[in-house]
Design a protein around this ligand. Structure first.
Ligand code: GDP
Length: 445
């Protein structure tokens, strides 16, 4: 990919709206933009200037300062911001033209820029330039993408923290002469420990990044749908309809503790049960298998049935919470099955116990109140795999030291560990990895 040309893209989402921004980055950004602009003042780095977007080629001078307000060649009123190299997002000259967000106007600005030699930016190319020009590292570039993709404010904050580049691993920079074996082993252990701790945070980090799926299972009429609605009503739904899902499983994503939780209600069980009891159970089993957390709902006003027993047995194989619903009715003794699972008594009718159920769910997922929120954690599978590989290389190095393998060979293992960690920040990332990461960005970022 050419890094020296000037790229252009619409930086705001498609559609009509108040303001839309076209962004130009590269050595020719100013020269390409000026002929289509009639500005109130000269461009000045770091300042926004009011002006007009005009058809270029009219005047003799490029970019004459506005003298007459109403001119026939005016397309829109604009605000233009100039970020001078190297103090810009990409470290190159950047011009941002904010017009009204009309797809026609924005596209025209891009076409004018293309006609004057700019190239259409690839997805994520602005951020890629920031990375390749050394302004940010790869984890920060990924944080930009995660921030844009975030579904909850908490996820956005986590990404913003990573964008700041807070996480870091310090290596001792002491001069190292040849040390006794035990000391080498000890030194490797001091690196390995924090890496192991970091890797252990991934289970939680993955939930923060990807959210989790919560299945609500139980016999027909125990109150699954009513509980589902109760859980959803007080939370802001993130996605109301999930296109492409079958009507058998109704799902809705809500933010619980800043984490997107996809609630799956196995409403199809009822319909399936008309055909054969076993299908109903099978549907529940499918929902349980795909869930990170299962709510096993019982009707506490009814004696426990065989079907309940089966669900408790299966559900207990996953992280699960037993919900004894219909607490407002007279209750039967509860089943001892699944007694090791947390239990909550609820009434979907009166609302009793719903707060407790929500807290129990939050306890499971951690969420913004989770202890790990402050200490930093790994949210990316890519980072996690590299940390694991670094640990493996350190283990190999330790084994080599103990096996009295020559020091040069041990260095190879240590270097291998370091290379994995460098790859996290992109210091040694290959083109393939870079393309993979930046292709997941939106255009204009
Ligand atoms: P599902 O088949 O498991 O989804 O159950 P529904 O949510 O459709 O509820 C079945 C019936 O039980 C409905 O008439 C609900 O109004 C009623 N119901 C649900 N939860 C409660 C509860 O906590 N107490 C009482 N008394 N009735 C409930």
């Amino acid at each position: 990919m050419n890094l020296d040309d000037t790229i252009v893209a619409i930086a705001t989402p498609p559609g009509r709206g108040g303001i839309g921004v076209v962004r130009l980055s590269g050595p020719e950004a100013r020269a390409i933009a000026l002929p289509m602009l009639r500005l109130k003042h000269e461009l000045e780095a770091g300042h926004a200037v009011f002006g007009e977007l005009v058809e270029p080629g009219g005047g003799a001078e490029p970019c004459p300062v506005v003298t007459e307000r109403s001119s026939a060649d005016r397309i829109d009123e604009v605000v233009v911001t100039y970020f001078a190299k190297p103090h810009s997002y990409t470290t190159d000259d950047i011009i941002e033209i904010s017009s009204h967000s009309s797809p026609i106007v924005l596209r025209h600005v891009v076409e004018l820029a293309l006609a004057r030699g700019a190239r259409l930016a690839e997805p994520g190319e602005f951020t890629m330039r920031a990375f390749l020009n050394g302004r940010i590292d790869l984890t920060q570039a990924e944080a930009v993408r995660d921030l844009i993709d975030s579904q909850t404010l908490y996820q956005a904050k986590v990404a913003a923290q990573q964008l700041e580049g807070e996480a870091g691993i310090d290596f001792a920079e002491d001069d190292i002469s040849v040390l006794p074996t035990e000391q080498i082993v000890q030194r490797i252990a001091t690196i390995r420990g924090p890496l192991e701790e970091l890797a252990a945070t991934f289970a939680y980090g993955k939930i923060v990044h990807e959210g989790l799926t919560l299945a609500i299972v139980g016999r027909p009429n125990v109150g699954k749908s009513s509980l589902f609605n109760r859980l959803v009503e007080r939370e802001r739904a993130i996605v109301t309809a999930t296109p492409g899902t079958t009507r058998d499983l109704i799902s809705e994503t809500v933010a619980l503790g800043g984490i997107p939780v996809r609630l799956v209600d196995t409403a199809g069980i009822r319909r399936a049960l008309d055909e054969a009891e076993s299908i109903g159970i099978r549907k529940s089993m499918e929902a349980i298998a795909g869930a990170d957390l299962v709510l096993i709902v019982l009707d506490s006003s009814q004696p426990v049935t065989e079907e309940d027993t089966e669900l408790l047995e299966q559900g207990a194989k996953r992280p699960a919470i037993v919900v004894e619903n219909k607490a407002d009715l007279s209750s039967f003794p509860t089943s001892v099955l699944g007694s090791q699972l947390p239990r909550v008594r609820t009434s979907a009718i009166t609302g009793e116990g719903i707060g407790g159920l929500r807290n129990e769910i939050l306890r499971h997922i951690g969420g913004e109140t989770g202890v790990q929120a402050e200490t930093g954690f790994v949210t990316s599978l890519r980072h996690q795999s590299l940390i694991r590989e670094a640990i493996t290389a350190l283990d190999a190095a330790q084994a080599a030291v103990r096996g009295k393998i020559p020091h040069e060979m041990i260095l190879l293992d240590l270097y291998n560990a370091l290379r994995q960690l460098d790859e996290i920040t992109g210091a040694t990332a290959t083109d393939d990895i870079l393309n993979l990461i930046f292709s997941t960005f939106c255009i204009g970022k």
